[in-house]
Design a protein around this ligand. Structure first.
Ligand SMILES: *Cc1c(COP(=O)(O)O)cnc(C)c1O
Length: 366
C-alpha cells in the first residue's frame, strides 16, 4: 500500500490510525456482532459513540457548559441559511465578506433579512482579511442580531489573526477549515460551526457550537424547517431524525486522535511550523508567488502560483508523479493550494517543499 502526500482542501487527509481503527471495527463493532454502519442510532452502542464524541470535543476545545454541541448534516452550506433563520430576531445582521464562502453566506442571509456587508476584500481579490473596524463600530450601535465571519478562507488562503470586537453583539463564525487547528476561545462567540471534512472527520457532519441564550424558544423565523431549528436539535441531542452515524463515529475518533497528539496547542505549533516551511520558501522564490498578504496568511491553506498557468500545470503534473496530490488551486483562483490540516505531516510538507525547490532549480537552469 502506497499512500500519497495528500494536500486536498476537503474532504481531506485523515489520520492513518483513525482509518485503521475504523477498519478493524468495521464488521463487528466492539462485540456487537454488527457494524456501526448497521445499527440503530437509538442503540446503546451508538448513544455511547455520540456522547463520547461530544465529551471529547468539549474537553479538547474547552467548551463551556452553557454552549450546546450539535452534530448536523447539510454541510457548512446549510448553515448559511440556518444561521439567519435561527438568529435574525430583529431581522438585521452584519457580514464581513472575506472570501467566497463568506460571500455565499452573506447572499443566503439576504433571503431572510437585512444582511449588511460590513467590510469586504473583494476589490483586492480576497487576498487579505478586510478591515475589522467597521464591524466593531456597527456592532456598538447595538442593532445587529449578530456579526458574521468566515474565520479561515479556504479558497484564498487567508485567516483572521484577531477577531472583530463585537461587544455584546454575538459573533458567528464559520470555522470549517480552521476547526481544531489551534485553540479556540469559545466564549468570544455566540455560535461556531464547521463542516467536518476539512479537519475534523469525513464529509457529511457539521459541528455547531451554540450558546444557550441564542436558542430562545425556537428559531427567529417561523418558516425555519424543524431540522434546522437549533432549539429542537439541542433538545433532541442532534437526533430529531437519523444523524450521520458513521460520520459522527469517525469524528469522535479524530477528536481522540487530536487529544492524544497533545491537543489544540500542539496542533497549532505543528501547523505553524508546516506553514512556515512553505511561506519561507515562497518568500525566497523567484518563480512561485504567494497570493495572500503576509499579515492575513492562513496556517491551514497555503495559496501560491507561478508566472503563467502553463507553469502551474507543469508544476501540478510533476507533483502527481511524485505522489503529491490535491495541490491544484480552487477553480475560482487557479494556481496552487496546499491544505496542511492536522493530519498532513511535516514529512509531507517537506516532500512538497523539496519538490518546489527542485522545480524552481530546473526552471532557472532552463
Ligand atoms: C468547505 C467550506 C465550506 C463549504 O462546506 P460544505 O460542507 O461543502 O457545505 C464553507 N465554508 C468554509 C470555510 C469551507 O472551508
Amino acid at each position: 500500500m502506497q499512500r500519497v502526500h495528500n494536500f486536498s482542501a476537503g474532504p481531506a487527509a485523515l489520520p492513518e490510525s483513525v482509518l485503521q481503527d475504523a477498519q478493524a471495527e468495521l464488521l463487528d463493532y466492539r462485540g456487537c456482532g454488527m457494524s456501526i454502519l448497521e445499527m440503530s442510532h437509538r442503540s446503546h452502542a451508538f448513544s455511547e459513540v455520540i456522547q463520547d464524541a461530544e465529551n471529547t470535543l468539549r474537553r479538547l476545545v474547552g467548551i463551556p457548559s452553557n454552549y450546546h454541541v450539535l452534530f448536523l448534516q447539510g454541510g457548512a452550506t446549510l448553515q448559511f441559511a440556518g444561521v439567519p433563520m435561527n438568529l435574525m430576531r430583529t431581522g438585521r445582521a452584519g457580514y464581513i465578506v472575506s472570501g467566497n464562502f463568506a460571500r455565499l453566506a452573506w447572499q443566503e442571509a439576504r433571503k431572510y433579512g437585512e444582511a449588511e456587508a460590513l467590510s469586504s476584500s473583494e476589490e483586492t481579490g480576497f487576498d487579505r482579511i478586510p478591515d475589522l473596524a467597521p464591524a466593531a463600530e456597527r456592532a456598538a450601535a447595538g442593532d445587529l442580531d449578530y456579526v458574521y465571519i468566515c474565520q479561515n478562507n479556504t479558497i484564498f488562503g487567508t485567516m483572521f489573526s484577531t477577531l472583530p470586537d463585537c461587544g455584546a453583539t454575538p459573533l458567528v463564525a464559520d470555522v470549517s477549515s480552521c476547526f481544531l487547528s489551534m485553540p479556540l476561545d469559545v466564549e468570544r462567540y455566540g455560535l461556531i460551526y464547521a463542516g467536518a471534512q476539512k479537519n475534523a472527520g469525513p464529509a457529511g457532519v457539521t459541528v455547531v457550537i451554540v450558546r444557550d441564550d441564542l436558542l430562545g424558544e425556537g428559531p427567529a423565523l417561523a418558516c425555519c424547517p424543524s431540522y434546522m431549528s437549533y432549539r429542537t436539535q439541542a433538545d433532541k441531542d442532534s437526533m430529531m431524525n437519523t444523524p450521520n452515524t458513521f460520520g459522527i463515529y469517525l469524528c469522535g475518533k479524530v477528536f481522540r486522535w487530536v487529544e492524544n497528539e497533545g491537543g489544540l496547542a500542539a496542533m497549532e505549533k505543528r501547523n505553524r511550523q508546516k506553514a512556515k516551511t512553505l511561506y519561507d520558501l515562497l518568500d525566497r522564490s523567484e518563480i512561485f508567488v504567494p497570493t495572500a498578504q503576509p499579515e492575513s496568511r492562513s496556517i491551514s491553506n497555503v495559496t501560491f502560483r507561478c508566472a503563467t498557468p502553463e507553469l502551474d500545470e507543469a508544476f501540478i503534473s510533476g507533483a502527481r508523479e511524485r505522489g503529491i496530490e490535491g495541490i491544484k488551486g480552487h477553480r475560482l483562483v487557479g494556481g496552487m493550494r496546499a491544505s496542511i490540516y492536522n493530519a498532513v505531516s511535516q514529512a509531507s510538507v517537506d516532500a512538497l517543499a523539496a519538490y518546489m525547490q527542485e522545480f524552481e532549480e530546473s526552471r532557472r537552469s532552463n
